[in-house]
Ligand binder design. Structure first.
Ligand code: PXG
Length: 296
């Protein structure tokens, strides 16, 4: 595997960053998780836009342009001869001293890893997820806004550790007021009376790119999406429930805090959206291999 660091590619064993990088010392940085399907990078523009927005919010200037970042992602996929891939961009604050002061870090470190995608077991899609809520609440938007995809995921990791300790794979996170917000790495949707319902960004969520793709796909099928504040009660009584994210795509949720959702099986609308989403990922995205594109 060849990994991009600050303009150069290194073999995996040599791909290293300093222990004085504030990404390591403080979790000070931003990242994106992106997928390529069939030689095309899916929603690359949206991911790069969100990366630069996250950086702006933490007052960090990414040292390369949007176009250079796009080229680095495509080159990383090409160099590793990948067609289906998981791409991780990490921009950390860079090397500084042992204090918090980000202005002592003179240049953010840019890393792009293009790896083989590890798919979730198909059983999760056919049987659905059982999830729980836990004591740890999602970050308050005026503390560390969940809209920032920062390299500081401790909030979500603690929640996930609590769920795993209880024997569950995934968490439905609540905000400080007890409203349902999202999973630890996925957004949440309910299906109710021919509509989708998903929490609005202001309650404290990452504005997921898969979330938006699902809203668009549903609209094309005449299914409207309401962005509403939801409670656990709304979730327990939903006809269907699913989560969305780049890694998991669309995953049915069939049980929440011991209550079955609907009949406890993935619902019809969820299944339809899974099919539509898979079709879309096959045919859309930024081509990695332009020659093959022309020949094909
Ligand atoms: N909410 C949170 C908190 C996330 O971290 C999503 C929603 C879904 O967003 P997208 O844009 O992917 O539809 C995420 C995304 C991984 C991994 O490797 C994924 C994410 C974060 C960290 C790791 O599976 N999440």
């Amino acid at each position: 595997m060849e990994i991009y660091i600050d303009g150069h590619f290194y073999p995996q064993e040599e791909a290293k960053v300093s222990v004085f990088d504030h990404g390591y010392l403080y979790g000070d940085g931003v990242f994106e998780g992106i997928r390529a399907y069939n030689g095309r990078v899916f929603k690359l523009t949206e991911h790069l836009d969100r990366l630069y927005q996250s950086a702006k919010s933490i007052m960090m200037e990414i040292p390369i342009s949007w176009k250079e970042m796009e080229a680095a992602v495509l080159e990383a996929v090409r160099r590793n001869n990948l067609h289906d891939a998981y791409v991780r961009i990490v921009v950390s604050r860079g090397v500084g001293d042992l204090g918090l002061d980000p202005t002592k870090c003179h240049r953010p470190t840019v890393v792009v890893i293009a790896a083989k995608i590890v798919l979730y077991p198909e059983e999760l899609y056919s049987k659905g997820l059982r999830v729980v809520t836990v004591g740890t609440r999602r970050n308050h938007p005026e503390a560390l806004n969940p809209r920032i995809k920062s390299t500081n995921y401790l909030n979500n990791i603690i929640a996930k550790a609590e769920a795993l300790h209880l024997g569950y794979q995934e968490v439905l996170m609540l905000n400080g007021e007890g409203y349902v917000v999202e999973g630890t790495g996925d957004n949440i949707f309910l299906v109710q009376d021919g509509k989708l319902i998903t929490p609005p960004p202001h309650v404290g969520i990452l504005k997921g790119i898969t979330r938006q793709t699902v809203i668009d796909l549903a609209a094309e099928r005449g299914i409207p999406t309401l962005q509403e504040v939801i409670t656990r009660h709304d979730v327990f009584n939903a006809q269907e429930c699913f989560m969305t994210g780049t890694a998991a795509e669309i995953i049915p949720v069939v049980e929440v805090d011991g209550r079955l959702i609907g009949d406890g099986m993935p619902g019809a609308v969820t299944k339809k959206l899974i099919t539509d989403y898979r079709e879309l990922t096959k045919v859309s995205g930024t081509p990695v291999y332009p020659q093959a594109e022309m020949a094909g």
